[in-house]
Design a protein around this ligand. Structure first.
Ligand code: V07
Length: 253
């Protein structure tokens, strides 16, 4: 009866690309793409179906990030812990780079996206290495968004690797300077990239899981319950909107 007096329901307000680009856009976004297995389980599908769907989301998110002017997008594709998963699942995951490039390479080139890899490449199967090398090589002249895949990556291993390189360089007389933050950053696998401004983790887990431990020191964190295969353009816009609402101070006032 009083229907017409009722206030409109306050659902989440849709955020448009046009609105977002008026505010500061994070230069570097890092994403922990969690929830593929859970997404599949909810649909009584094998976990691999979730990973496949998750791969499609990487493509969509890359395109939107590129349009928005994001300079670097780092995605956690395979952690050093992922080897503990069932063999079939590991095998499937390590075929995804090939499939990704097979279906997305022309679009990546059209979008001017450059692919980069961070992680222990030597320990992954030769066919995966080949696909990854091709991705990096075929996009090396692109000047747009850097799509940085963390593949067989672990944050502590990365730091130890840097320390050991520094020790070697020092011993061999190739390093005379005092080790400061800039020098140290140059020994990490992310050398040359800015630190992430925004970290997104999907699927409701509130932890870092050994991801970019050094680089995330001043990063804004955005956690969402949305499972990675369900992560849509709108969710990325929401995360960036959240980022824009926060004032970053780097410890100052
Ligand atoms: C993987 C899809 C995304 C959700 C999270 C895990 C599963 C893209 C790649 C990839 C990697 C290197 C490359 C090109 C594409 C990938 C793995 C898993 C191991 F050069 N998605 N994706 N690699 N998933």
């Amino acid at each position: 009866m009083f229907e017409k007096f009722r206030k409109p329901k306050k659902g989440p307000v849709a955020i448009s690309e046009e609105e977002i680009v008026k505010g500061p856009i994070p230069n570097h976004i890092a994403i922990i793409m969690d929830g593929n297995g859970r997404w599949a389980k909810k649909r009584s599908l094998p976990r691999t179906a979730g990973h496949h769907e998750g791969m499609k989301v990487v493509k969509k998110v890359t395109k939107l990030a590129s349009r928005l002017g994001v300079k670097t997008l780092t995605v956690y594709a395979f952690s050093t812990e992922n080897w503990k998963r069932p063999e079939d699942e590991v095998n499937y995951l390590l075929k995804l780079p090939q499939e990704f490039m097979g279906t997305f390479l022309p679009e990546l080139i059209e979008e001017n996206v450059r692919v980069r890899i961070m992680g222990d490449k030597d320990a992954i199967p030769a066919h995966t290495q080949k696909a990854v090398d091709k991705a990096v090589n075929d996009t090396k002249n692109n000047t747009g968004l850097v799509l940085n895949f963390a593949l067989n990556y672990g944050g502590r291993a990365e730091i130890l690797d840097a320390v050991n390189h520094i020790v070697t360089d020092f011993r061999e007389g190739n390093l005379q300077k005092k080790v400061d933050e800039d020098l140290f950053s140059g020994y990490l696998m992310s050398a040359g990239l800015q630190d992430p401004d925004l970290l997104i983790r999907t699927s409701g887990e509130i932890r870092l899981s050994n991801f970019m431990l050094w680089q995330l020191a001043y990063t804004e964190f955005w956690f969402t319950d949305v499972l990675w295969p369900d992560f849509k353009e709108q969710h990325l816009l929401e995360a960036i909107y959240g980022f824009q609402k926060r004032g970053r101070r780097f410890g100052g006032i």
